[in-house]
Design a protein around this ligand. Structure first.
Ligand SMILES: NC(=O)c1ccc[n+]([C@@H]2O[C@H](COP(=O)([O-])OP(=O)(O)OC[C@H]3O[C@@H](n4cnc5c(N)ncnc54)[C@H](O)[C@@H]3O)[C@@H](O)[C@H]2O)c1
Ligand SMILES: [Zn+2]
Ligand SMILES: [Zn+2]
Length: 388
């Protein structure tokens, strides 16, 4: 089959690789009908995630038709049309029982990403996301093996086309979890850093839940302008404004800052020169510039919610400021499974239209070009979907 594979930093290619086969009795093989490139894939593409091997197949946002089922699969059958959560969960461990599927302690045989891990088991395996996260081939491919098929694959109604439901695999639940973690409710004031797909999904969900004021910070004018038009955000372009948190505070009631802030940027945040140098020298893992802005912009007693991915050390993390303000932090990979039913209902009710952010529809064969466009934010790229 054909699949998108890694060949070094900024070098991905669609190659012919072996077809996947059933390995465990509760596996299925899925014929992929649509898949997307995620901002998380850009971290891999840029060579920033350790333990990615040449030839690894990427892709964790995908859906398709069940092609083959293992002998213990009862939840889905050949021919079913399903969306697959990017997190692989067993459904019955200590964490799965608490609906914390990203913490599933049984699916990742790899080391996991915690530096000071001690005896703690790794969190869940992810599709196509390095050997830290299980080393499983991803779904930017014609076929993909899906383990734990009685737990993950989620049947979607035929009347909803692929584009309407594809983002249930990752970015829609991620934006939603970010907003729920932030405590957004009717009348809330929110600031979202990052106007990529995750930031846009967070804006859509915050808007749906009745947020009163939504600030959005990015450097790409076209993404900000899109979010202003679509979700009514107040755009702040950090290539024009030195200190976006200052602007947010200036516009917030009583100059107190906003109720909650969402960091939808993560560890590759464009930041200070010092941080760029330290990260290049591998003296630290992450740029702290977006997170510092989040801590600065939130009000006392507010919440900073972090869907953006972080890794290792971070420079200039103002923990004293966070303490003084009495901030709550919530973060982590998305517990996709538990959020899907609600989000599907919102799509069916016409309250969420995640597909409208798609800017590029390409063939899987042209995936390398899709990565290039999305990485460079060329051609006003917001989100690329691929069809095998
Ligand atoms: N928690 C999860 O389960 C989960 C799931 C999906 C994605 N993610 C992560 O969410 C993050 C965003 O993903 P995406 O698909 O939207 O990616 P993206 O790369 O398209 O978007 C990031 C945006 O942040 C902007 N940005 C860069 N530096 C900034 C700064 N200092 N301040 C404000 N904005 C800044 C960029 O211009 C870009 O538009 C990534 O880190 C991704 O890995 C996490
Ligand atoms: Zn993703
Ligand atoms: Zn589990």
């Amino acid at each position: 089959m054909r699949a998108l594979t890694y060949h070094g930093s900024h070098n991905v290619q669609v190659d012919t690789v072996d077809d996947p086969v059933i390995q465990q009795a509760d596996d299925i093989i899925l014929r992929v009908t649509a898949t997307a490139i995620c901002g998380s894939d850009l971290h891999l593409y840029r060579g920033k995630i350790p333990q990615v091997k040449h030839g690894d197949v990427f892709g964790h946002e995908f859906m398709g038709i069940v092609e083959e089922v293992g002998s213990a699969v009862t939840a889905v059958a050949k021919g079913d049309r399903v969306v697959v959560p990017f997190v692989i969960a067993c459904g019955s461990c200590f964490f799965c029982d608490m609906n914390l599927q990203a913490a599933c302690e049984t699916t990742n045989p790899g080391r996991g990403a915690i530096l000071n891990k001690k005896q703690i088991p790794s969190g869940a395996a992810l599709f196509g996301y390095s050997h830290l996260y299980g080393g499983l081939p991803g779904g930017q491919a014609e076929l993909v093996r899906v383990p734990k098929a009685n737990v993950g694959p989620f049947k979607v109604p035929d009347e909803l086309g692929d584009e309407r439901v594809l983002f249930l695999s990752d970015i829609l639940p991620t934006g939603y979890q970010a907003v729920i973690n932030a405590g957004v409710k009717p009348g809330s004031t929110v600031a979202i850093f990052g106007a990529g797909p995750v930031g846009l999904m967070a804006a859509a969900c915050a808007h749906m839940l009745g947020a009163d004021q939504i600030f959005m910070v990015d450097q790409h004018e076209y993404r900000l302008e899109y979010a202003r038009r679509t979700y009514g955000v107040i755009p702040i372009n950090f290539s024009e404004v030195d200190d976006p948190a200052e602007v947010i505070i200036e516009l917030s009631a009583g100059h107190r800052g906003v109720d909650c802030v969402i960091d939808a940027v993560g560890f590759e945040a464009k930041g200070s020169t010092t941080e760029t140098v330290l990260t290049t020298l591998k003296l630290e893992g992450s740029s702290g510039s977006a997170l510092r802005q989040c801590i600065a912009a939130v009000r006392r007693g507010g919440t900073v919610s972090v869907p953006g991915v972080y890794a290792g050390f971070i420079h200039g993390f103002l923990f004293g400021d966070a303490f003084d303000k009495g901030i709550t932090f919530k973060m982590g990979q998305t517990h996709v499974h538990g959020l899907l039913p609600t989000l599907l209902e919102h799509i069916q009710a016409g309250e969420l239209h995640p597909e409208i952010i798609i800017s590029h529809r390409m063939k899987l064969a042209d995936a390398a070009e899709g990565y290039k466009l999305f990485d460079k934010a060329d051609d006003e790229c917001r989100k690329v979907i691929l069809r095998p």
